[in-house]
Design a binder for this molecule. Structure first.
Ligand SMILES: Nc1nc2c(ncn2[C@@H]2O[C@H](COP(=O)(O)OP(=O)(O)O)[C@@H](O)[C@H]2O)c(=O)[nH]1
Ligand SMILES: [Mg+2]
Length: 253
């Protein structure tokens, strides 16, 4: 496999359990290089991943000493990626829910359209909890309003290719997007900067606990976080409305 010098797979990881090993192995099967940011995990996965990386030159594992949140872990990886000269990262979850076999297609689309962000649109099977599937429609509706229907297929799905420079700029200029508010806020703010969303389907799986499924999503805590996020994005949207409308009229996005 050729080792990319422009695009890397970035996996933020927090106490993912055993699924992380097959997730990282699958990502490596389809791409090189792959980086994992271990975000203060206490489940022994840091040691296991470091052992894997010791035998694989195209797997890099970074360890953060304390849990900082998904967005903070992605930002850590982004800073390192920029320093190493990478222009794009594909983010994917560490718990086996995202389809590693779709990595080549997403990377190929990003190479074709480097100025765009390539967004996974989840294709659910029967394993998906109805509440999560329905709940995301609310976030999607808000994200589409906040971007004047610029074409965001799914606001929450974390399987995406981002242009590194644009995402770093967005994250550096405000303190949010460090936890579960990362994915929707990133996509809305990148749209505001004129980054075009390109949607590609990606099957997603939900594993039950017996299959090794782990979720850190907490309905109350994270819905409050997402509501606050859309509140501030809505205020930002109102302030930008004249610019967004002018751009739309001029056909720029
Ligand atoms: N770095 C980091 N990643 C996290 C954290 N919480 C979740 N993640 C990542 O975000 C992904 C999605 O979180 P998860 O708990 O699986 O939520 P769900 O899939 O929406 O139920 C995980 O697979 C991790 O890769 C965290 O505190 N820090
Ligand atoms: Mg998950």
């Amino acid at each position: 496999m050729t080792v990319s010098t422009t695009h890397l797979v970035l996996i933020p990881s927090y106490n993912p359990g055993q699924k992380v090993y097959e997730t990282v192995r699958a990502a490596r099967e389809y791409w090189a290089p792959v980086w994992v940011v271990v975000d203060g995990s206490t489940d022994g996965s840091a040691e296991g991943l470091l052992a894997m990386a010791a035998e694989d030159a195209d797997l890099q594992v970074m360890i953060l000493p304390h849990n900082q949140g998904k967005g903070a872990a992605v930002l850590h990886g982004l800073e390192q990626a920029a320093a190493a000269g990478f222009s794009h990262v594909l983010t994917m979850d560490s718990d086996g829910q995202h389809p590693a076999e779709r990595i080549p297609a997403f990377m190929a689309e990003s190479c074709k359209q480097p100025a765009a962000m390539i967004l996974g649109v989840p294709v659910f099977d029967a394993s998906a909890p109805g509440l999560r599937v329905k709940g995301r429609r609310i976030s999607n509706w808000w994200a589409n309003l906040e971007t004047l229907w610029a074409g965001i297929g799914d606001s929450l799905f974390g399987f995406r290719v981002y242009p590194v420079a644009a995402l770093r700029q967005v994250m550096r200029h405000q303190p949010w997007m460090r936890h579960f508010d990362f994915d929707p806020e990133a996509v809305v703010r990148l749209c505001w900067r004129g980054i075009k969303p390109v949607n590609l389907p990606a099957p997603v799986r939900y594993f039950c606990a017996e299959e090794g499924g782990v979720s850190h999503f907490r309905y109350l805590r994270d819905n409050v976080l997402l509501t606050w996020m859309h509140t501030r994005l809505f205020v930002g949207f109102m302030l930008r409305l004249p610019v967004l409308l002018a751009r739309r009229v001029l056909g720029r996005c």
